[in-house]
Design a protein around this ligand. Structure first.
Ligand code: AQP
Length: 335
């Protein structure tokens, strides 16, 4: 991948196959991935190992992982030029995660807000995997010496931990890992729930009206936006006490490229009905080509499997090199 004459940045990011991706995943992550793939060496993965921190039906997990992989292809990430693969196909992720577990502190992992949130959501299944999720994420990143990791705002804390672990390990054993930098997009880094706009939109939210899936048909998108929680002021303006309207303005801005001042001017003197209709139309137009491309790719399972298998081979080659180096430094006896 690397051209000897010109060193390109390695950009890496993953998405869990914990459901159908939402417009939160799309604006917070996928769109940046697509843009960054032009000028960087990119590694994109379906984090299916992360997805088992909550209970799944095996057949559902298999289907969702394949569908998620197809979304990465539908985004145009070009598996011939980039590495696009499924995390569970490369065992080095789990192997490095174990080693890094021994270089992460219990106190650090306990501070992760996603662990606290998910422990509340899944009080009947607070498993150790949920707790060590950020360490596996650190392994995902550090295996490939990523320079930049484009993520939504919710992953910022996990990325900080990955950086801390890398620096700690380098401090003990000498330069081993590249310390990755986060890339948080200026727009869409935190798309909020349509029903509870104090919290982020999530694909695993039990309330399906809270999120827009990339597979939602046009009329469903329009209905969900129409029923989005706003406020009683009936004025389209961006303000601290209007999370629902701010969120819809963000969506509209992500789709149209207009800034908040322009949006306020466009809807001055008009109510939320007009505004929501315009947001719905913009979101529908933004998602339609992607959804069509996904439907097309999903009909060609052989192509999906060929890409996934080649992607795993390329990823494993790089991952094995890093893991070997790490094992040597830690002191494992090698033959
Ligand atoms: N609401 C969001 N706004 C902006 N970015 C978001 N991302 C997720 N939700 C939003 C970003 O999408 C990328 C992939 O996320 P993930 O699937 O690996 O994990 P997640 O952050 O836990 O996403 P979900 O949708 O909330 O999944 P579940 O419901 O399974 O927990 C990441 O870069 C993330 O920041």
């Amino acid at each position: 991948m690397e051209n000897a004459a010109e060193k390109r940045n390695v950009v890496l990011s993953f998405v869990q196959s914990s459901g159908t991706p939402t417009i939160g995943n799309y604006f917070g992550a996928f769109k940046n991935w697509h843009d960054m793939a032009v000028e960087n060496d990119c590694i994109f993965g379906v984090a299916d190992l992360h997805a088992i921190t909550v209970r799944n039906t095996p057949a559902d997990l298999r289907r969702r992982s394949m569908e998620m992989y197809a979304w990465l292809l539908a985004l145009g990430l070009e598996p011939e030029k980039n590495i696009v693969f499924l995390q569970s196909h490369v065992p080095e992720h789990s192997q490095l995660a174990w080693i890094l577990n021994c270089y992460a502190q219990f106190g650090e992992a306990s501070r992760m807000t996603q662990f606290k949130d998910k422990s509340r959501q899944h009080a009947d299944n607070v498993n150790v995997g949920l707790f060590t999720y950020p360490i596996l994420m650190a392994a995902d990143i550090l295996l490939y010496n990523a320079d930049q990791v484009p993520v939504g705002d919710d992953q910022r804390q996990h990325l900080e931990l990955a950086r801390d672990i890398a620096e700690r390990f380098n401090g003990i054993y000498g330069e081993t890992f590249r310390v990755p930098a986060p890339y948080i997009g200026k727009k869409g880094a935190k798309i909020l729930s349509l029903q509870e706009p104090e919290k982020k939109m999530s694909k695993s939210d039990p309330n399906t009206k809270a999120f827009i899936s990339l597979t939602d048909p046009d009329d469903v998108i329009a209905k969900k936006i129409k029923s989005a929680v706003t406020d009683s002021e009936a004025t389209v303006r961006y303000a601290g006490n209007k999370p629902g309207v701010n969120n819809l303005m963000t969506l509209y801005s992500c789709c149209t490229g207009k800034d908040f001042d322009a949006i306020e001017a466009e809807f001055a003197g008009r109510g939320y009905g007009d505004f929501k209709a315009a947001v719905a139309e913009a979101v529908v137009e933004e998602l339609r080509p992607l959804r069509n491309e996904h439907e097309r790719i999903m009909k060609d399972k052989a192509y999906i499997e060929k890409c996934a298998s080649e992607g795993a081979q390329k990823a494993e080659y790089l991952a094995r090199r890093t893991l070997r180096k790490v094992m040597k430094k830690v002191g494992f006896y090698q033959v």
